[in-house]
Ligand binder design. Structure first.
Ligand code: 0FV
Ligand code: MN
Ligand code: MN
Ligand code: MN
Ligand code: MN
Length: 528
C-alpha cells in the first residue's frame, strides 16, 4: 500500500523559462569595452592624484571596493595600503580622528594586513570604554561600527567598539539630518558591510553614492557589462535545466533554478569564475531536490535504498575498455569518487535527520549542530568551489580540506543557523527534524524569541569572529579560497535574514534577482 506522502508546499517558481530566455541588455556591445577602458584610465588618474592624502586614498579605496570594481586597480590598491600600513608603525602618531583610524583599520584588515586593535587606544577611557565625547561624530561612529566586525575572538577593544557604536547609531538613526548618512546608518545596522554579498552591496551603493561621477560611471558600466554575462549564463543554465526535465518530473520538489544561480553569483561573482558558477548552480539544483526527497517526499525504505546507492557509487564496466582508456577512466573515476564520497556524506546526514524526525527524537543542540553543519551541504559546496577555482588540483590542498578546517566549518555553520532562523517555522509545521532553535528551546526551556536572539547575537557573532581569525591570522594554503569562503556566510544572510528567501518564491530574493540579473543601471551622463 502506498504510504501517504507529505508535500513541501513551497510554491511554484516565479521565473518562467521563456521569460528568462527573453532577458536582454544592450551591454553586450563592444563599444562599451572601449568606454570602460577609457573610464578605467580616468579613475587611475584620480587614484594617482590622491598620493600623500591618506584620508582621500582610504575613501577612494573603500568606494572602489564597495562598487566591486577594485580588482581593476589591484596593484595600486595593494601599494597604497602597504604604504599606509608601514606608516602606521613608523611614526606612531595617534591621530584622534575616529573616521580615519576606523576606516584605515577596516581596509587594512579586509585586505590582509594584520593591524592590531590597539590602534583604537587613544579613544578609550581608563576603564577601556570608548569615550562618550566621540559619540557625536556619526560618520566616525559608523566607520568604527563597520571596523568592529573585522574582529577575532578575545579582542576586547573591538567588542567594546561594536557595543559603543551599535548603541549610539541605534539611538541616533532617526535624528540624522543628512539623508544619505541616515540611509547608510540604517543599512549598516541592518547588516554590517563585512557580512554583505558584494554584488548586492554594489547595487545599493550606486543608488546612494554622491561622490565623483567618473567613479559612478565606471561602476555602473562595469555592473551592466557583468550583468550581460550573468544573463547569458543564466539563459544557458535555464536551457540545461529544461532539458533535464527535473522540474516537470519531480513536481514535489522546489523548482528554483534562478535562485540557485543567484547563490552562485554570491559565492563567486568574478567574471572569470563562469565555470564555478555553472557548476555550483547545477549542484545546488540537485541538492535542493535531494533535500526535498529526504525532508518531505521519500518513505524511510526509499531513503535507505537511496542512501545506500549513493554510498556504493559502484562501477563494473572497466574490463571492456582498452588499456589506455582504462587508465584514463580510472583517473576520472577516482576523481569523481572523491566527490561521490562527499555526496554520500551528505546523504548520510540527511538520512540521520530523517531518522530523528520519523522516530520523534529530540537531539541536543550539540548533537544537532554537529550534524546540521554537514546537512546544509555547504562544505560539499566548498569542495566543489575548490575544484572549480583551482588548477591544477593537488593532494596537499585536498588533505587540508579533508580535515574540515575552520575556513570550511565556520561559514557552513553560520549558513546552517541563518537557514534555521529563516526556514524552521515553516519546516516544523510541515514536519521536519527539530532545528537549532527548537533544540535550544528544549534544552534551556527558553522562549523562541530568546533562542533566536541567542543564535543571532552570540552564536553567529562568535562564529564569524572565528572566521575572521582564519582569514586574517591562519596560514593560507590555498590561493583564492579564503576570499570566497566568507561569501557563503554572506549568502546565508542575503537569503535568510528576512525569512525563507530561497524556498518562498516571492521574497526579497526576487528584488535582488531583478536588480542583479534583469535591470541595467542608468549610467550618469559622461559630461556631468
Ligand atoms: C536549504 O533548504 C537550501 F536552500 C537547500 C537545501 C538548497 C540550496 C542549496 C544551494 C543553493 C547550494 P532547507 O531549509 O530545506 O534545508 P534543510 O537542511 O533545513 O532541510
Ligand atoms: Mn570580490
Ligand atoms: Mn529541507
Ligand atoms: Mn533537510
Ligand atoms: Mn532549513
Amino acid at each position: 500500500m502506498e504510504e501517504a506522502r507529505r508535500s513541501g508546499n513551497y510554491g511554484r517558481s516565479i521565473w518562467d523559462h521563456d521569460y528568462v530566455q527573453s532577458l536582454t541588455t544592450p551591454y553586450t556591445d563592444k563599444k562599451y569595452v572601449e568606454q570602460a577602458e577609457k573610464l578605467k584610465r580616468q579613475v587611475q588618474i584620480i587614484i594617482d592624484e590622491t598620493e600623500n592624502h591618506t584620508l582621500e586614498q582610504l575613501e577612494l579605496i573603500d568606494n572602489l571596493q564597495r562598487f566591486h570594481i577594485s580588482h581593476h586597480f589591484e596593484d595600486s590598491i595593494k601599494k597604497i595600503l602597504g604604504d599606509i600600513y608601514r606608516d602606521e608603525f613608523d611614526d606612531g602618531k595617534h591621530v584622534q580622528h575616529l573616521h580615519v583610524t576606523s576606516l584605515k583599520f577596516r581596509l587594512l584588515r579586509q585586505n590582509g594586513f594584520l593591524v592590531p586593535q590597539e590602534v583604537f587606544g587613544s579613544f578609550l577611557d581608563k576603564e577601556g570604554n570608548f569615550k562618550e565625547c566621540f559619540a557625536g561624530d556619526v560618520k566616525g561612529v559608523l566607520s568604527l561600527y563597520e571596523a568592529s566586525f573585522l574582529s577575532v575572538e578575545g579582542e576586547r577593544i573591538l567588542d567594546s567598539a561594536k557595543k559603543f557604536s551599535t548603541r549610539h547609531l541605534t539611538e541616533k538613526v532617526k535624528q540624522i539630518e543628512d539623508a544619505i548618512l541616515a540611509e547608510k546608518v540604517r543599512h549598516a545596522l541592518e547588516l554590517p558591510l563585512h557580512w554583505r554579498v558584494h554584488k548586492l552591496e554594489a547595487r545599493w551603493f550606486m543608488n546612494i553614492y554622491n561622490g565623483d561621477p567618473i567613479l559612478l560611471q565606471l561602476a555602473a558600466l562595469d555592473f551592466n557589462m557583468v550583468q550581460a554575462i550573468y544573463q547569458d549564463e543564466l539563459k544557458q543554465l535555464s536551457r540545461w535545466h529544461k532539458e533535464t526535465g527535473l522540474a516537470d518530473k519531480l513536481g514535489f520538489a522546489r523548482d528554483r533554478l534562478p535562485e540557485c544561480y543567484l547563490w552562485a553569483v554570491g559565492y563567486t561573482p568574478e567574471v572569470r569564475f563562469g565555470y564555478p558558477r555553472e557548476f555550483m548552480t547545477k549542484i545546488a539544483v540537485m541538492i535542493t531536490i535531494i533535500d526535498d526527497i529526504y525532508d518531505v517526499y521519500g518513505t524511510m525504505d526509499e531513503l535507505e535504498l537511496f542512501t545506500d546507492t549513493v554510498e556504493r557509487w559502484d562501477i563494473n564496466a572497466l574490463e571492456r575498455l582498452p588499456g589506455y582508456m582504462r587508465i584514463s577512466f580510472l583517473a576520472l573515476f577516482n576523481c569523481a569518487n572523491e566527490l561521490a564520497y562527499k555526496w554520500a556524506e551528505l546523504c548520510r546526514a540527511y538520512y540521520k535527520e530523517a531518522q530523528w524526525f520519523h522516530s520523534g527524537y529530540r537531539p541536543s543542540t550539540n548533537e544537532y549542530i554537529n550534524l546540521a553543519w554537514v546537512s546544509i551541504i555547504f562544505m560539499n559546496n566548498f569542495f566543489h568551489g575548490y575544484f572549480c577555482i583551482t588548477n591544477p588540483i593537488n593532494t596537499k590542498d585536498l588533505h587540508f580540506l579533508e580535515q574540515y578546517p575552520g575556513i570550511i566549518r565556520w561559514p557552513a555553520t553560520v549558513l546552517r543557523l541563518a537557514d534555521d532562523l529563516g526556514t524552521s517555522s515553516a519546516e516544523i509545521k510541515r514536519g521536519d527534524v527539530p532545528k537549532y532553535i527548537q533544540c535550544y528551546m528544549h534544552e534551556t526551556g527558553c522562549s523562541e524569541e530568546d533562542a533566536r536572539e541567542h543564535i543571532k547575537k552570540d552564536l553567529i557573532d562568535g562564529l564569524l569572529k572565528k572566521m575572521n581569525n582564519e582569514i586574517l591570522f591562519m596560514d593560507k594554503p590555498i590561493e583564492n579560497f579564503q576570499a570566497i569562503a566568507m561569501n557563503l556566510a554572506r549568502i546565508g544572510f542575503s537569503f535568510y535574514q528576512f525569512g525563507d528567501g530561497f524556498g518562498a518564491p516571492d521574497s526579497d530574493t526576487k528584488t535582488y534577482m531583478v536588480s542583479l540579473l534583469v535591470e541595467p543601471i542608468p549610467i550618469p551622463s559622461p559630461r556631468s
